[in-house]
Structures are given as structure tokens and as C-alpha cells.
Design a protein around this ligand. Structure first.
Ligand SMILES: [Zn+2]
Length: 305
């Protein structure tokens, strides 16, 4: 969030601790992937802005080994068969359409959508249809093959992605936490989005109370309470504050989390951004009080050029 490198290590992991909570890892492959780099399996907390992140920049070989070899792709693919997951994606698309309607759009006239980090293609498949042009992008070649076989359109490199712009929607579902270079991707989103285009993403949302519980576990060499804490795959740990700051830094106007949008639609029509912002805050804070644990959260923001 800030430009400081002054941070303290707050969590240390081992391949054993990581695979103990993550069913889709093969332990010996994971051990092989991070061999000699075990001391880099850490999260640090920035002394200035309090952002939690992995200070190490992983090299391409390690990342390839973790993402391609350590992960059981059959188990990973199986997850997209979950009705609950499909329902969440449907809500996500539903909210995108509602925001487009509220902004005055009435018909699909070649609506352009980028699904950045498209994975197995479950969101692209849901969003595509007559009048909607969806382009996926992912670095996982196994997922892309599956994606293509289902007749979905995918960019194989960044230049292809760039030639697709300008777009109306830039979606990143469970992607932001994986990015080693957030700056590059958010600048790319800005470059590709039309003015007032919609940046939408789903990100893990960590509250300090939950983080503290996990810090304690790891200090006692016990696995974290969630597989989501994983400094190779999830290099950035977001919460409400860091999401808002990040959006502000890149000049995106935060509109809503999904739930608040449902509550505020009548107010939105009357253009009451104050009520919308207040309800957003209440929603985020109440989730914190009720659950006190890490949640995923949808974020909808407008590109201010
Ligand atoms: Zn910082």
C-alpha cells in the first residue's frame, strides 16, 4: 500500500504446515518446489501501513513448480462443480449487471469483459452470451487447455489482451492476493478499462482478530486455521482498509461490496453516495463482529481516468 520496505516477520511456515491444511497439495512436490527457500515462507507486516504480505518475490521456476506440480489439478477442477461456488459467481455477475443498469445501460451492445486469472473458466462461461464478449487470461496452461476446449476465448499473452481493449468490465476473481506485482496489473486494468469502466474483484478479507489467532498457532508450530494463509500463493493479505487504500492509490472509486449494493439500490437511484458508503462500512464491520474470521469479499469500483 505504501512504498516502505520496513516490515516485521509475523508468521513462518513450513511445507508440512502448508500441506496439512491444504488438500490439493502433494507434500513431496511442494517440498521440492521450495527446497532451499523454506526460510522465505513468511508473512511480514509493514511498520508504516500495516499491510500483511510476503516480502519475498518468488522466482518463476518456484511458482511454476508450486502451481503446476504441487497442486492436484483434478481436485482443483473438481471445486468448480460446487453449487455454492456457482451461486457466488452468479451473484457476482448479477451485481455487475445491476451496476451497469444503474449507470444507464439498457442493452448488451458488445459488452466487453476481461476475466483476468480466468482459471478453469467458470466465471467466463457464466458471463458470456449474445451481446457479451468475454476474454479470459491465465498463466496456468493446464487450466487454459480446459478453458479452450469449452469454446471460451482466451488471450495467450498480454499483447493479445491489450488489443481487446477498451473494455467495460475488468474482473479478477480470487486473483489480487496471488499477484506479486499488483501495481503492474492494476495499471493494466486502468489502461484497458473505459473511463467509468468497472473493476470488480473477489478477494480474501482478513480481520486482525483472525490474523492474531493464526499467528499464535504458527508460533506453536501448529498449522494455520485456514489454507488461505499461504505465502507462496497468497502473497498479499487484504482487509477492508487495505482494499480501500489500494483502490484509492490507483484512482478507482469504490462503489460497493456486493451485499451493500443489494441494500442500497433504492438509495443509489437517488444518488445518495453518502448512504451507500455508510452502509458499505456497516456491512463490512458487522461481518467482522459476527464472524471475526477471514471472509471473501466482492469489491466493485469505477475507473476514474
Ligand atoms: Zn506499507
Amino acid at each position: 500500500m505504501c512504498d516502505s520496505n520496513d516490515a516485521d516477520i509475523i508468521m513462518r511456515f513450513t511445507p508440512e504446515l502448508l500441506s496439512a491444511v491444504n488438500q490439493i497439495y502433494t507434500l513431496w512436490e511442494l517440498k521440492n518446489a521450495v527446497k532451499g527457500k523454506e526460510n522465505l515462507l513468511t508473512y511480514s507486516k509493514c511498520k508504516r501501513c500495516k499491510m500483511i504480505y510476503c516480502q519475498n518475490i518468488w522466482d518463476d521456476l518456484t511458482l511454476r513448480q508450486v502451481y503446476q506440480n504441487s497442486i492436484d489439478h483434478a481436485k482443483s477442477k473438481d471445486k468448480i462443480l460446487s453449487l455454492q461456488k456457482r451461486l457466488e459467481l452468479t451473484r457476482f455477475w448479477n451485481n455487475i449487471l445491476r451496476i451497469l443498469i444503474l449507470s444507464g445501460k439498457k442493452r448488451f451492445n458488445g459488452l466487453k469483459v476481461i476475466d483476468y486469472g480466468c482459471g478453469w473458466g467458470d466465471f467466463s462461461e457464466l458471463a458470456q452470451g449474445f451481446g457479451v464478449d468475454v476474454l479470459g487470461y491465465d498463466e496456468d496452461t493446464i487450466k487454459i487447455e480446459f478453458f479452450k476446449k469449452r469454446g471460451l476465448k482466451v488471450a495467450t499473452n498480454i499483447d493479445e489482451l491489450k488489443s481487446f481493449g477498451p473494455v467495460d468490465v475488468f474482473a479478477m476473481i480470487s486473483v489480487l492476493e496471488h499477484l506479486q506485482d499488483v501495481e503492474y496489473t492494476l495499471n493494466l486494468a486502468k489502461e484497458l478499462l473505459r473511463p467509468n469502466g468497472l473493476l470488480v474483484f473477489f478477494v480474501m478479507d482478513f480481520r486482525s482478530k483472525y490474523i492474531n489467532k493464526n499467528v499464535k498457532k504458527l508460533k506453536n508450530s501448529l498449522p494455520a486455521l485456514t489454507k488461505i494463509l499461504n505465502p507462496v500463493e497468497h502473497v498479499n493479505i487484504y482487509d477492508y482498509k487495505s482494499v480501500r487504500s489500494t483502490l484509492k492509490r490507483y484512482n478507482f472509486d469504490f462503489i460497493s461490496t456486493g451485499l451493500a449494493l443489494n441494500l442500497t439500490e433504492p438509495f443509489l437511484i437517488r444518488n445518495s453516495m453518502f448512504i451507500l458508503n455508510t452502509l458499505n462500512k456497516i456491512e463490512w464491520l458487522s461481518a467482522r463482529i459476527i464472524t471475526g474470521k477471514g471472509l471473501g469479499i466482492s469489491v466493485y469500483a469505477l475507473n476514474q481516468k
